[in-house]
Design a protein around this ligand. Structure first.
Ligand SMILES: CC#C[C@H]1NC(N)=Nc2cc3[nH]c(NC)nc3cc21
Ligand SMILES: [Zn+2]
Length: 372
């Protein structure tokens, strides 16, 4: 009988790990890429498409689903899995990042954060307890604690005070959900900005609270790749060896491979779906901008090395036509392919770690995406 939260490491290659995370809705083979379904839908693709592309787990978002259609409505409809007909694992973010990035007006206090809805400007309040209650209503397999999200460029003093509050909020989140209750897992979120010592401080404080996994928050928020990798390389290997490590909101193909090399297991990013909608497609030979005139009469597949529905059935000429004609099918086919690319990258990483060849895989992609 699988125990939700059990994390078994099968192989290592340097700091990279090949593992299995057990959840109430099935196993997750890691390293894993998680398509983002912010409002209960991975934009332009359906659950059947996601399954066919090999998606093991998707993301939902507390902030958005609370505001619309409402977490209590979703609970009355049987929870998010049933509501969106996705019966594999779902991770929900706590809303911390969205409150700080989407809601302009907000007031932070020890109790929580007051914000105005990006939809209609109405006033709302998230306490750590409320953020967990929403995720319990949604029924997600992995819940994230409510963290205070510090923007890029915040000074050290504020960053230090903020991580202390994030720890106090994390403790309050843990106090309202018994570990493993209803099969739901809870991950803590490490803050500390771009200061190695503050990151260690945040991690050390969170280790005193029993979480089933730990996430790195606050990267890919406008910093240089060099700064991101510096913090990633520092804190990744210091996170608990025996628990899943999640890098939130990251990233490009090279960011993901850098994260895996630093010992991170889980990744999510809107890049594949967002870039699909503006015609930027990720292929085994590099990025392709499908709107370019050179593809007008190109009968070849988008990516000859890709097995996705888009690459098996449509030409670059047709994909370019759909994009320039603003056909809705363009969103679907481009998103399908980009999601398949990121899922395939994660699958190749799992295979490479098993074979002790991760360094070669990373070097291969460095040659294609390295100057990106
Ligand atoms: C500061 C901080 C922080 C993190 N906190 C929470 N709860 N969610 C996140 C989601 C993210 N998505 C992206 N995309 C670039 N970065 C993220 C960072 C976080
Ligand atoms: Zn494809």
């Amino acid at each position: 009988m699988p125990v939700p939260g059990r994390f078994t490491i099968h192989a290592r290659d340097g700091k990279a790990r090949r593992a299995t995370l057990h959840t109430a809705h099935g196993e997750i083979q890691t390293p894993v890429f998680m398509p983002v379904g912010t409002q209960g839908s991975v934009k332009a693709v359906g659950p059947d498409d996601l399954l066919q592309a090999g998606s093991q787990i998707i993301l939902g978002n507390t902030y958005h689903l609370y505001l619309r259609p409402g977490d209590e409505l979703v609970a009355r409809r049987g929870g998010l899995h049933r509501f969106m007909s996705w019966d594999k694992p779902i991770l929900t973010d706590s809303g911390g990042f969205q409150v700080f990035s989407l809601s302009t007006i907000r007031k932070i206090s020890e109790k929580g954060v007051e914000f105005r809805s990006y939809l209609d400007g109405s006033k709302h309040f998230f306490s750590p307890e409320k953020a967990i209650s929403i995720q319990q209503n949604l029924g997600s397999d992995i819940m994230m604690v409510l963290d205070e999200c510090v923007g890029y460029g915040a000074d050290r003093e504020y960053t230090a005070r903020s991580l202390e509050r994030t720890t106090r909020w994390a403790r309050r989140c843990r106090e309202v959900h018994t570990p493993g209750a209803d099969g739901q897992l809870m991950f803590g979120i490490i803050q500390g900005g771009f200061h190695e010592d503050l990151r260690e401080e945040s991690l050390g404080q969170l280790l005193e609270i029993p979480f089933e996994g730990y996430a790195i928050g606050g990267l890919s928020v406008g910093e240089s790749t060099e700064d991101m990798y510096r913090i990633l390389n520092h804190i990744g290997p210091r996170m608990p060896e025996e628990k899943p490590r999640y890098l939130m909101g990251v990233g490009t193909p090279m960011d993901i491979l850098e994260g895996i090399e630093s010992g991170v297991d889980m990744f999510d990013c809107v890049l594949p779906t967002r870039n699909a909608r503006n015609g930027t497609l990720f292929t085994s030979q590099g990025k392709v901008n499908i709107k370019r005139a050179e593809f007008r009469e190109d009968d070849g597949p988008l990516d000859p090395n890709c097995q996705c529905y888009t690459c098996r059935n449509f030409s670059r000429a047709y994909l370019r036509h759909l994009y320039t004609a603003r056909e809705i099918l363009s969103y679907r086919l481009n998103s399908l392919h980009n999601i398949a690319f990121f899922l395939e990258l994660a699958r190749q990483a799992r295979e490479a770690i098993e074979g002790g060849r991760f360094a070669e895989l990373k070097a291969h992609y460095q040659g294609i995406y390295g100057t990106d």
